[in-house]
Design a protein around this ligand. Structure first.
Ligand code: DAH
Length: 403
């Protein structure tokens, strides 16, 4: 008959209690052969078996007590945890397989007598499950509270008026330039960007203003060398365009120009917008039609235009274009100096000499040209009485103009 092969020595010195497992479980072979068994009385063996069972029961009930102790310890510890992070840390420490109250229980399994292992494992698993439920429940409760607190702390009142962002403004000249580009753009003009540094030839000679021409006096400028200068008029761009392309031509050319002028209405640097149309059968009527559209869009639908004979070396005939005073409607006021009209630009039919000089057949083609002072339009339109105000970057002035 086989008896329990291994048995723990339950003497007081070697057993420190269970499941603490501090003691050494001694293994004692009390019967390992039928011969040995024969030596032991049957009653003794039965007695021993019963004793073992009772002792096992005693050990398991000790474990059970230990587990209840762990449970109440966990329950009380959990009451002190106030954040999901703390729960996480605590759970980790309890379940830790080396040190943890529950984690370390499994480590003891090796020391448990075979016949107790199943029950032991079951009990440990139960407490693991129980603890996990406790941790998870507290974790979700705290997480919900934390989220609520976060939502409250980060709450945004969407009905509050927004903080006003300070908006920048385009310079009045830029606003007017863009408006003019839009108007002529809608009539099929494309934009040509000329050079601010020009040669004497393009700025003057090719525009029928030879070296000794008296009109040069009115357009004295800044010379970089006897040949190179800062352009005095965007008209210089006409020559570049006509040299490089054959009609039909329909361009506008905005940009800065420079003159040695300086008073309330003149500045050494200002802006112009050149216009040029070259095609078969172009006449002054086309000019008036286009400019009519332009002034109505800029100054209002009531505005009328008037052409006055004038002189420019590069146009023949030449005109000054006036608009009916948009302030008084033509009755006469301070702005129009009592005349009812305001001069806004120079224009004319492109001089045949200029066309020929650029290689365009003046018998076949004719052209019209005009030059608008952008600053002048801005000053008229926005009631600015000194051109310097446009260049002083005074926000009190600039912020008033948002067209
Ligand atoms: N360039 C002239 C000036 O600055 C303005 C001008 C007049 C331009 C007549 C033109 C034009 O194209 O035809 O005073």
């Amino acid at each position: 008959m086989r008896c329990a092969a291994k048995q723990r020595d339950l003497s007081a010195e070697s057993y420190n209690g269970f499941p603490n497992m501090g003691g050494t479980a001694k293994v004692q072979i009390i019967a390992n052969s039928s011969r040995g068994n024969d030596k032991l009385p049957r009653d003794f063996l039965l007695q021993e078996a019963t004793k073992n069972k009772e002792e096992n029961m005693a050990e398991l009930s000790e474990l059970s007590a230990k587990l209840s102790e762990i449970k109440s310890r966990i329950e009380s510890d959990l009451t002190g945890l106030t954040s999901s992070k703390a729960v996480f840390e605590y759970k980790k420490s309890v379940m830790d397989s080396k040190e943890g109250m529950i984690g370390s229980l499994m480590k003891e399994m090796g020391k448990i007598p075979k016949e107790q292992k199943a029950e032991y494992g079951k009990m440990v698993n139960e407490i693991r499950g129980w603890a996990t439920e406790q941790f998870d429940a507290l974790d979700s409760k705290l997480k919900a509270e934390e989220q609520k607190a976060r939502y409250e702390a980060e709450a945004i009142d969407v009905t509050l008026p927004s903080k006003k962002l300070k908006k920048g403004y385009l310079h009045p000249n830029t606003q007017v330039r863009n408006q003019i580009v839009d108007i002529f753009g809608s009539m099929g003009f494309s934009v040509y960007e000329g050079n601010e540094i020009e040669t004497d030839h393009y700025n003057f000679t090719a525009l029928n203003i030879p070296k000794d021409h008296p009109s040069r006096d009115m357009q004295d400028t800044f010379y970089l060398s006897p040949e190179f200068l800062l352009r005095t008029q965007t008209s210089a761009g006409q020559v570049h365009v006509m040299e490089s392309q054959q009609p039909p031509i329909k361009i506008i050319s905005p940009g800065k120009v420079f003159r040695s002028d300086d008073d309330a209405t003149h500045s050494p640097m200002f802006s112009q917008m050149e216009g040029l149309v070259v095609d078969e059968g172009i006449t002054l009527c086309d000019l008036q039609g286009m400019l009519d559209v332009f002034v109505k869009k800029i100054f209002g639908e009531e505005t009328r235009t008037r052409l006055r004979p004038s002189y420019f070396p590069f146009t023949e005939p030449s005109v000054e274009v006036d608009v009916s005073c948009f302030q008084c409607g033509g009755k006469g006021c301070k702005l129009c100096k009592g005349t009812g009209w305001i001069e806004v630009l120079g224009a004319g039919v492109v001089n045949k000499k200029v066309l020929e000089g650029c290689g365009i057949d003046s018998d076949k083609y004719s052209g019209l040209a005009f030059g608008i002072g952008i600053d002048r339009i801005a000053m008229l339109k926005y009631g600015i009485n000194n051109i310097k105000l446009l260049f002083e970057s005074d926000l009190r002035v600039l912020e008033q103009i948002d067209d």
